[in-house]
Design a protein around this ligand. Structure first.
Ligand SMILES: [Zn+2]
Ligand SMILES: [Zn+2]
Length: 374
């Protein structure tokens, strides 16, 4: 069942039908509306470059454990392309996409005590976990069997309002504006998880293949956490490579290029397979490749190039990054505030969501794209 959707029904299901009808009518009068960019069906962006439609939807009402958020900003993420094109499809339509969200608490359910009206909060990719499966109990709620994602399994932030469980919202450090904080909640937090999953120590060499919203934040984080580590960047566009060097990478070249040294760990944020194979060739013995991508697209033929001695022998490891935990988000926000991590931003209006997504699809990336909503 979708949460985060409009809750028009009276919570008191024991009302008599007539009373219930009156209550319903009274509720109807109270419904106010909001603007949202809505996805109504899966589609191929090559055929339909404007998949999201501007709609008026009823403003959601928080359930007892939820907060109602007046949204200020929502990050635009490559994951939306995977949702729109069906690689990780929303289970129900229409759906409001968007997961790194910031805003102000406008109303509270009766049991959402953690926050107060007016508080500045953020929402991340993790919308809900069950709390009692073996993964949740082991602190791995990112792997929860009932994991629900913001903006895929529940309405997200491409809108003026959303509801979310208060337990899945985060106070935003004063160091960041609402617009700055939005991409931190996805690209930053998942980048943080990717970086610690590499297991590297200060002084070891780190590679980044793909240089979008997450990788540019990882580069900044890595320079702060591992000041003696050299960072090597593989990126398809000249602009991305120049940007990486500007931010302190010691070397940047094409994805298919061999780095001048073998690298102890590499983080892959590309949507393709070729960079995975190329990265494995660049790994040092015992090195680890961390793949931070929810799905890979086409180009499976590249996997035919996998050569055991060149790419996997010598105890090379591959690990994917799946989702994030709430603790990742909290730890990362604290680190980001400490190091005054500033994402490089490209700001769009809510109504320009399709343009922002299309630019992502075409690989026009410099830093993080954000929708400014209020
Ligand atoms: Zn994301
Ligand atoms: Zn669980």
């Amino acid at each position: 069942m979708l949460s985060g959707i409009v809750h028009n029904d009276s919570p008191d299901s024991l009302l008599y039908p007539a009373a219930k009808q009156n209550q319903y009518n009274a509720n109807l009068k109270k419904v106010s509306f909001m603007k949202a960019m809505v996805l109504e069906r899966l589609c191929d962006l090559n055929e339909n470059p404007a998949p999201l439609v501007l709609k008026e939807l009823p403003k959601p009402v928080p359930a007892e454990h939820e907060i109602l958020l007046k949204i200020s900003a929502c990050g635009v993420c490559h994951t939306e392309l995977d949702e729109i094109e069906g690689r990780t499809p929303p289970p129900l339509f229409p759906i409001v996409l968007g997961h790194p969200v910031t805003g102000r608490v406008e109303a509270l359910g009766s049991r959402a005590g953690q926050f107060q009206v007016g508080d500045r909060v953020g929402v991340a990719w993790i919308f809900r976990s069950c709390g009692h499966c073996k993964f949740c109990l082991a602190g791995k709620e990112n792997l929860c069997v009932g994991f629900a994602a913001t903006g895929r399994d529940a309405h997200g932030g491409y809108a003026q309002y959303m509801t979310v469980s208060a337990e899945f919202a985060y106070a935003i450090p004063a160091e960041f504006s609402d617009i700055q904080a939005a991409p931190l909640l996805c690209a930053g937090a998942i980048g943080y998880r990717s970086l610690y999953l590499t297991g590297i120590a200060n002084g070891q060499r780190l590679g980044l293949t793909g240089f979008g919203a997450s990788a540019h934040l990882v580069l900044k984080m890595a320079r702060y956490r591992f000041p003696d580590s050299e960072i090597y960047v593989f990126a398809r566009s000249e602009k991305e490579r120049a940007f990486a060097l500007e931010l302190g990478a010691v070397w940047a070249d094409k994805t298919t290029q061999a780095a001048p040294h073998k690298l102890d760990a590499i983080i892959d944020t590309t949507p393709a397979w070729e960079p995975v194979v190329e990265a494995l060739a660049n790994l040092e013995s015992g090195g680890r490749l961390v793949i931070n991508a929810i799905r890979k697209e086409g180009d499976r033929g590249s996997l035919m190039k996998l050569d055991y001695p060149q790419h996997l022998w010598q105890e090379k490891e591959i690990k994917s990054v799946a989702n994030i935990t709430r603790q990742d988000v909290r730890d990362f926000l604290a680190l980001a505030a400490n190091m005054q991590l500033q994402p490089t931003l490209q700001v769009f209006e809510l109504e320009q969501a399709n343009e922002a997504l299309l630019e992502l699809k075409m690989g026009k990336i410099r830093g993080a794209k954000v929708l400014k909503i209020a």
